[in-house]
Design a protein around this ligand. Structure first.
Ligand code: OOG
Ligand code: NI
Length: 265
C-alpha cells in the first residue's frame, strides 16, 4: 500500500481501538496472529457545509480514491457514497451523511450548535478524520438526539473516527463462509447484530455481511462521563460477478441493518 494510505489507516485504527477494545480479540480469534485484510471502513457525518460528506471524501480523493457508488436510506434520512482505490489492499471507504434538515427543529438546533463550535478550517487536514468529536455536547442533548436518530446521537458523541473496520472474509485464511465466522465469534462470546438476521445479504446480491454489536466506552459529556455504544467490527464476504471479479459495491438493504450495530442494547 502507498505509504500515505497506510499511515492514514494506521491513525484510524489507533483511534478506533481506543474505544473498541474487542477489535483486538476479533483479530486474535480470526487472524490467529496473521495480519487481517480490511474490506472497508465507514464514516458518519452531518450534511452541513462545514462537515458534509465531501469534506471527508476530499482526503480520500487526494490519496487516489475514486467515487463508485451512491446509496439512499430514506427512513434513516441518510445519503452515502463509497470510494475505491486501484490498490486491492487499500480498504474501500463508505461515507454517509445525515440530512439534518429532515430532523425536528429541536434536533436541528442541537446539531447546528455542535458544528458551530468547530474552527472553520478544521476539515482541511486529514487529522480531523480520526480526532473524534470537535465539539462538546451535554448528555441531555445526546438523549434528545437519540430519541429521534440513533445515527445523530452516535455522531454527536463520537464525531470523526472509523465507525467500523470490516474483515474481508475473502482474504481470511481458515474461513470459507460467513456462517463459520459468525459461529467462531459467538463461541468466543461476541454479540452479533441480529437485525434482519445475523447474515445480511446473500449470494444473489453478491455480498454477505455481519457485524458485532458495538462495544461500550466512556464519553466525556459536558455534564459528566457516561458509557455508551462506541464502534463495532463488520465481516464481509464478496461473490464473483459474471466477469470473475468480486462485486465491489454495497447493498442498501443490508447497509440499512448494519447501521443498527451501534444501537443501545
Ligand atoms: C455504515 C453502515 C453501512 C455497510 O458495510 O453496509 C455499512 C455505518 O454504520 O455507519 O458499513
Ligand atoms: Ni460497513
Amino acid at each position: 500500500m502507498q505509504k500515505d494510505i497506510e499511515s492514514l489507516f494506521g491513525h484510524l485504527w489507533e483511534s478506533y481501538i481506543k474505544v473498541t477494545p474487542s477489535a483486538h480479540q476479533v483479530h486474535a480469534l480470526l487472524g490467529g496472529g496473521e495480519p487481517i485484510v480490511n474490506d472497508h471502513v465507514a464514516f458518519r457525518t452531518f450534511n452541513l457545509p462545514k462537515v458534509g460528506l465531501e469534506k471527508l471524501a476530499a482526503h480520500f480523493r487526494a490519496l487516489g480514491y475514486e467515487e463508485k457508488g451512491q446509496y439512499v436510506f430514506k427512513a434513516k434520512k441518510l445519503y452515502a457514497k463509497h470510494f475505491e482505490h486501484r490498490d486491492p489492499d487499500a480498504p474501500k471507504v463508505f461515507i454517509s451523511e445525515l440530512k439534518v434538515e429532515e430532523l425536528s427543529p429541536q434536533a436541528q438546533a442541537i446539531i447546528h450548535s455542535l458544528v458551530a463550535q468547530m474552527p472553520d478550517h478544521l476539515t482541511d487536514s486529514p487529522v480531523f478524520l480520526y480526532t473524534g468529536a470537535p465539539w462538546l455536547i451535554s448528555h441531555g442533548d445526546y438523549q434528545t438526539l437519540l430519541a429521534e436518530s440513533e445515527y445523530a446521537a452516535w455522531l454527536a458523541a463520537w464525531g470523526y473516527r472509523a465507525n467500523h473496520f470490516t474483515v474481508s472474509i475473502n482474504r481470511l485464511p481458515g474461513f470459507d463462509t460467513i456462517q463459520a465466522v459468525n459461529a467462531a465469534l459467538k463461541q468466543a462470546g461476541f454479540v452479533l447484530n441480529t437485525v434482519g438476521g445475523e447474515v445480511k445479504g446473500d449470494p444473489q446480491v453478491m455480498l454477505e455481511q455481519s457485524a458485532t454489536m458495538a462495544d461500550k466506552a466512556e464519553v466525556a459529556f459536558s455534564d459528566g462521563v457516561r458509557r455508551i455504544p462506541s464502534c463495532f467490527y463488520e465481516f464481509a464476504l464478496r461473490y464473483p460477478q459474471a466477469d470473475g471479479t468480486l462485486y465491489p459495491g454495497f447493498v442498501e438493504a443490508s447497509a440499512d441493518k448494519i447501521f443498527e450495530s451501534t444501537n443501545v442494547m
